[in-house]
Design a protein around this ligand. Structure first.
Ligand SMILES: *Cc1c(COP(=O)(O)O)cnc(C)c1O
Length: 408
């Protein structure tokens, strides 16, 4: 065990299984239909897993595209040496349009002002901005509404002819793909077909048309088009329990969040525990302290409900989760400071999963992994040994190997 690994033995850490991530990408690629390619969505620090190692592993496993929310995330991929197709979609006026165009990052455009910003950046950079036009087919979030779509595609075609932009993508996003059979799904698919026809009528010939997120990739083959945009499934979580468990789709959770017990003590019955005394020991018992709190991403809503594996059994968060620590009641069992607590992981070692935490505190697995805080080191397993990154897998001579690495 190297020094880094030992350092992280005495504090909470998130182990990131990059071999599982690669296998998830391959399992998702097997499900895609009609030759559709895969975009690994690595926004929000790869849903809390660490953007660069996850992006590299996803590329190695066959992700042709990477997707980010913010331009800063996309530019960080370029700064790290990734040269493949990248799309970023959360833009505001004044954003780094020119930097993105110069870095060869594809940008999403939902409105006239954004098309103008992209075209101006293309003119300034001396190369056309690569633009994905986004239609609002019913999500009601970003995207051009149908009334504005014909005008937007016509303006984009004119900007193409002027050499300022190249429309590389046409796309949209589902509202309820995680609820199979929801009537909005068919309505959105029909609206997307119409949007594609309008764009084609205007003379646009995109490289990729894309609609499917993880739930649609898993349940709706007719939505795959040229590209699927998978986020949560890449990290081995199911988009919702209604759709199924990860293993139903050959997916395996990538993150395991563990922490050593920071204290263990006997206390009498009737002892209040943590702020507000929302838990009182029912009798003489053993309390164990875990040095992770809401600053580390343990939701305060998990107070009194969150599950933790300690000494072979599931325990429940006793009383309130504080900023840096929480307590579990071990009942009659014994444990020692330094023993391991597992908050969540793949589940096959008897530990809870991120989905169990989501259920315990009324949220979704996405939020449980994404909010794991910057104070928790991510320890990578299965990282490939090359030092620089070209965005393509290493050439002959590079040996795959185990190189656990820690980043803050
Ligand atoms: C986050 C996001 C995705 C990925 O969604 P998952 O459900 O995690 O697969 C795809 N497309 C857009 C526009 C997103 O914002």
């Amino acid at each position: 065990m190297n020094d880094h690994a030992r350092v992280s033995d005495w504090r909470p850490r998130a182990d990131i299984d990059l071999d599982a991530l690669r296998a998830n990408v391959r399992a998702l690629l097997e499900r895609t239909t009609g030759g559709a390619r895969l975009m690994a969505v690595v926004k929000a620090d790869a849903y809390g897993h660490g953007m660069l190692p996850c992006a590299r592993a996803a590329r190695e496993a066959g992700a042709a595209w990477l997707g980010t929310a913010t331009p800063e995330e996309a530019l960080a991929l370029r700064a790290a040496g990734d040269t493949g197709p990248v799309l970023c979609w959360v833009w505001t006026p004044g954003g780094p349009w020119r930097e993105a165009v110069e870095a060869g990052v594809d940008v999403s455009v939902s409105a006239g002002w954004a098309l103008e910003a992209a075209a101006a950046a293309g003119r300034a950079a001396g190369r056309p901005a690569r633009v994905h036009l986004k239609a609002d087919t019913g999500l009601g979030r970003n995207g051009s509404p149908p009334a504005e779509w014909p005008g937007l595609v016509a303006a984009a075609r004119a900007a193409e002819e002027a050499g300022a932009v190249r429309v590389t993508g046409l796309w949209s996003h589902f509202a309820c793909a995680d609820e199979p059979g929801h009537p909005s799904i068919a309505r959105q698919q029909a609206a997307f077909s119409w949007a594609l026809e309008e764009a084609e009528r205007a003379g646009l010939v995109p490289e990729v048309r894309h609609l499917a997120n993880s739930p649609a990739t898993l349940t709706l083959p007719e939505s795959h088009y040229d590209l699927v945009r998978t986020g949560v499934a890449v990290y081995g979580l199911s988009p919702s329990p209604e759709i199924g468990a990860p293993e139903d789709f050959g997916l395996r959770p990538v993150m395991t969040l563990r922490a050593p017990l920071a204290a263990v003590k006997r206390v009498p019955g009737g002892h209040g525990v943590s702020y507000g005394h929302h838990y009182t020991t029912p009798g003489e018992t053993t309390l164990a302290l875990i040095a992770a709190g809401y600053a580390d991403g343990v939701p305060r809503h998990a107070s009194g409900t969150g599950p933790v594996l300690v000494a072979g059994k599931w325990r429940t968060v006793a009383g309130r989760v504080a900023m840096d620590q929480f307590v579990v009641d071990l009942g009659g069992d014994t444990a020692a400071a330094g023993d391991e607590a597992v908050l969540f992981g793949p589940g096959d070692g008897g530990e809870p999963t991120a989905e169990d935490w989501a259920r315990a505190c009324g949220t979704i697995g996405y939020e449980i992994v994404t909010r794991v805080g910057p104070r928790v080191p991510r320890v990578y397993h299965g990282e490939r040994p090359w030092e620089t990154w070209t965005g393509t897998p290493p050439g002959p001579g590079a040996e795959p190997g185990e190189r656990p690495r820690e980043t803050a």
